[in-house]
Each structure stands twice: as structure tokens, then as C-alpha cells.
Design a binder for this molecule. Structure first.
Ligand code: SF4
Length: 476
């Protein structure tokens, strides 16, 4: 699988806490799987916002010295990023901090606005000057513009939400409030929890609540804004629901691939959905095989489900090298080794002479799948029956996930039989589209990258580098 993750947001609010930056660090560590390009933390030290952010993993950007140097406070937010809109430049690293006439705002965003360029045009024509190419800065601008016209930050955020289309889960901070917002379709997850000391945490996934000792309270409703007051620590958050209602479309791919298996999203266990996907695959695409093997990490749960349903033994047939990180230098085209061989090792004693059911979470271009199958074949497998715990990818995502354009997606040009031949599998089965409800328990969801039906619309310029292109058009 070569899809990059998207982003993760985290925030915490409560009594004055000298180690609040460290708490956010723990939350971000739990969300690292959602973005490995850059990260940042902003602490609200009695209205003064102190931030540290940089490119790199959470453990690289925040050394003991960095954490010790950050002040304490009653609130802090953090972000892990893989850039999907606006590229990976340093100015796009989040959380973003803006100072305006009525105060400060720090904001962390997961998702992509589909009308970000139109809003940016509108803002620039009225004199706004942007420092980044990220749609997150557009969100900050829209909120601060509203803030100048409204008596409170709550009214400003609710007013700005009228203009946003597409995907946004936000955690933001004013001088005295921590605010969590989920877009009206609920594309990206967002939940909150409470700790025994009365402090609250909001996070992209419940695994980050666990990391700071917060008990999961609930997911935000699509369209909901929750406001936590730092002036009244321990008081329950106030919920604003005027943007709630209408058809919701949470991202079905969160369950299949992005989220950590120990997370709950919209009340549904990610691990359980993956196990159910494996069970469905076993019923729809049975195989006469000796062993079921999952591709680590997100193929493992579905492999357990396939084995349980089919009665074929589950084995660890591929071991992942946990230490291949962001700093790993990938082999060049001309070198014999490839990244897959360095990341994954076959367990020969499990595979040699066997007919293998191999479970992976998706096929993108097909090159990674081909290499994994080669690896297993070289370990002596007699037959390889690939089962994929997602439907075929045929379309790009405009809601915050870096899925390639159609010409790069193998399933947009080839049938399952053709793909099996191209990647060297003896047979291939994808999770049927009509099984997504059974898999997840969701009756309403986004599955646009599989079926091309975009519940949040499509950007007027759908090109991936639309921000950079527009800027170069402006400057030439
Ligand atoms: Fe998720 Fe695919 Fe929809 Fe994007 S297009 S939000 S990845 S289901």
C-alpha cells in the first residue's frame, strides 16, 4: 500500500498544567500514523501562544529539551501532517497561529476544503495576504474575518462554517476557549474524552485519548461545534448544532486503512470492521489454501477474519521492519533491492510449499502488490490468492487523502483478472462495494474513491497541484 495518510489533530484543556506540551506530545505520538511529514504544538500560556513545529516525526521534532522549554498552560493543541493540499513547504506546517484585532487564534486542521481556491480568491481580492499554500490558512482567515464582525469566537466559527465545503475536522484555541469542529458531512473523524482530573481532550482518533488517560465520551456529530472553557475548567463543553442535519458521509477508508485498529470511529471499532471485511472476503472469494497471511499492518485484522470464516489457519507470513522511518533512503531505480524488500520479510517456514491466501488492504498502482507477491513466491509459496479488504480504487480523493489521479490507479484501467495477471497472483478478489455497510455498520458514508460519487462536491480545478499552479499563474 502506498497511500500516504492525511493528518491528525489533538487538543487538551483543563486546570493549569506545567506539562501540557508533553501531554499533547503523547497524543500526537498516538496519531503519528496519520501523518509523518511534519508536526507541531501550540501552548496557550495565559493568552500568549508559544509554538514549536518542524518537519519530521513527533519523536524527531520534540526532544526532551524542546518539551522542557515549552511553557505550561491551561490549553494546548497539536497536529501531525501529511500535506494533501498546498504541498509540503515549511509555511504549511500546523498548527497555524494568527494574531488579529480581537486576539489570537491557533488552529489545526484535518481534511481538504473543496472551495479553498475560490475562498482564497475572494479573500485576496479584499486585501488578504497569504503566507502559505495551505487551505488551512484560508480557514483561519475566514474565521478571523467573521470574528471582526461578531461578539464571540463561537459566532465567528459558526459564521465561517457557512462558507466551507468539503472536509474539515478542526481543533482550535482562542485566549480562553478550546473549540472542536467537524464538517457537516463528517468526512474526517473527531472525538473527545474526559480525564479523572476533569480536563478534556479532543482528537482525530480515540487511541490518542487513551494515550493521555482520557475516557472516550463521544464522537462529534457531523456539523457540530464543541466549546470548552478554560476559564471554567471541568465544566462540560457547550454543543452548537445549527450546522448538523442532512446526509452524512464519513470516510469509509478510515475503517479500511487509515485509523488505528484500537480506535473507535463514530462508535464503531476499527478492528471489528476489518475482521468483518476478512469474513466477507472468505465468503465471497473462497480459496483452496493452506494458510492465511496478512500484509502488515492494516491487512492483519482482515486476515484474522478470513481465517476465522474459512477455517484456514492464520499465520504470520510477513514480518514488518518497524524501524524503517521517514529518514530511510529508498533504493534508486537502478539498485537491485527495493523498498518493499527492506520493509517486509517473508517467513519461509510458513510459506514454503504452501498455497497462500494473502490479505492486503488495497491496490493502488499495483507495483507494491507485485513486489510483495514476488517476495512470497521467492519464499517458496506454491500458489498466492490475493484478497483485498477494499473495493478497487478508481478515483482520486478530494477530502484530505492522497489518492492518485485515475491514470495512476491500476483498477481504473484493468479488470480484477487483468490485475491478477499483471501482479502475478493466482487469483484476486476485492471487497464488493455492496458489502461496505455490512463491513462498517454505516448506512451513509463516502466511498467516492471507489465509486466516483462525491458527496462533498469536486473542486472547480481538481488538479492535485492546483494551489501551486494558481500561484505560479499569479506571479507570471
Ligand atoms: Fe475517504 Fe475515499 Fe471518500 Fe476520500 S474519497 S473521503 S478516501 S472514502
Amino acid at each position: 500500500m502506498s497511500i500516504h495518510e492525511e493528518c491528525g489533530v489533538f487538543g487538551i484543556v483543563g486546570n493549569a498544567n506545567p506539562g501540557i506540551a508533553r501531554e499533547v506530545y503523547h497524543g500526537l505520538y498516538a496519531l503519528q500514523h496519520r501523518g509523518q511529514e511534519s508536526c507541531g504544538i501550540v501552548v496557550n500560556d495565559d493568552g500568549v501562544f508559544i509554538s514549536h513545529k518542524d518537519r519530521g516525526l513527533v519523536g524527531e521534532v520534540f526532544s526532551e529539551n524542546e518539551l522542557s522549554a515549552m511553557p505550561g498552560g491551561r490549553m494546548a493543541i497539536g497536529h501531525v501532517r501529511y500535506g494533501t493540499t498546498g504541498g509540503g513547504s515549511r509555511s504549511n506546517i500546523q498548527p497555524m497561529v494568527v494574531a488579529h484585532k480581537k486576539g489570537n487564534l491557533a488552529l489545526a486542521h484535518n481534511g481538504n476544503l473543496t472551495n479553498a481556491l475560490e475562498l482564497r480568491d475572494y479573500l485576496e481580492l479584499s486585501g488578504a495576504i497569504f503566507h502559505s499554500t495551505s487551505d488551512t490558512e484560508t480557514i483561519c482567515y475566514m474565521i478571523t474575518r467573521e470574528r471582526l464582525k461578531t461578539p464571540s469566537i463561537e459566532q465567528a466559527v459558526l459564521g465561517a462554517m457557512r462558507y466551507f465545503t468539503g472536509a474539515y475536522s478542526l481543533v482550535m484555541m482562542s485566549a480562553t476557549k478550546l473549540i472542536a469542529v467537524r464538517d457537516r458531512k463528517g468526512f474526517r473523524p473527531l472525538c473527545y474524552g474526559k480525564r479523572p482530573d476533569g480536563s478534556f481532550a479532543a482528537a482525530s482518533e480515540s487511541c490518542a485519548l487513551d494515550a493521555v488517560g482520557a475516557s472516550f465520551v463521544r464522537d462529534l456529530l457531523p456539523g457540530e461545534m464543541l466549546v470548552f472553557s478554560a476559564d471554567d475548567p471541568g465544566s462540560e463543553p457547550v454543543s452548537y448544532r445549527m450546522h448538523c442535519g442532512g446526509k452524512i458521509s464519513p470516510c469509509i477508508f478510515e475503517y479500511i486503512y487509515f485509523a488505528r485498529p484500537d480506535s473507535l470511529i463514530d462508535g464503531i471499532s476499527v478492528h471489528e470492521t476489518r475482521v468483518r471485511a476478512g469474513r466477507i472476503l472468505a465468503r465471497e472469494f473462497p480459496a483452496n489454501a493452506d494458510v492465511v497471511v496478512g500484509v502488515p499492518d492494516s491487512g492483519l485484522d482482515a486476515a484474522i477474519g478470513y481465517a476465522a470464516e474459512s477455517g484456514i489457519p492464520y499465520e504470520i507470513g510477513l514480518v514488518k521492519n518497524k524501524y524503517v522511518g521517514r529518514s530511510f533512503i529508498a533504493p534508486s531505480e537502478g539498485e537491485r533491492s527495493d523498498t518493499v524488500r527492506i520493509k517486509l520479510s517473508p517467513v519461509r517456514s510458513v510459506l514454503a510449499g504452501k498455497s497462500v491466501v494473502l490479505i492486503d488492504d488495497s491496490i493502488v498502482r499495483g507495483t507494491t502488490s507485485r513486489r510483495i507477491i514476488d517476495l512470497i513466491r521467492e519464499a517458496g509459496a506454491r500458489e498466492i490468492h490475493l484478497r483485498v479488504s477494499a473495493p478497487p480504487f478508481r478515483h482520486p480523493c478530494y477530502y484530505g487523502v492522497d489518492i492518485d489521479s485515475e491514470e495512476h490507479l491500476i483498477a481504473s484501467r484493468h479488470s480484477a483478472e487483468e490485475i491478477a495477471e499483471l501482479i502475478g497472483a493466482d487469483s484476486l478478489g476485492f471487497l464488493p462495494m455492496e458489502s461496505l455497510t455490512e463491513m462498517s455498520g454505516c448506512v451513509s458514508y463516502c466511498s467516492a474513491c471507489f465509486d466516483g460519487e462525491y458527496p462533498g462536491g469536486v473542486p472547480a480545478d481538481p488538479r492535485k497541484d492546483r494551489f501551486e499552479r494558481r500561484l505560479s499563474e499569479v506571479t507570471t
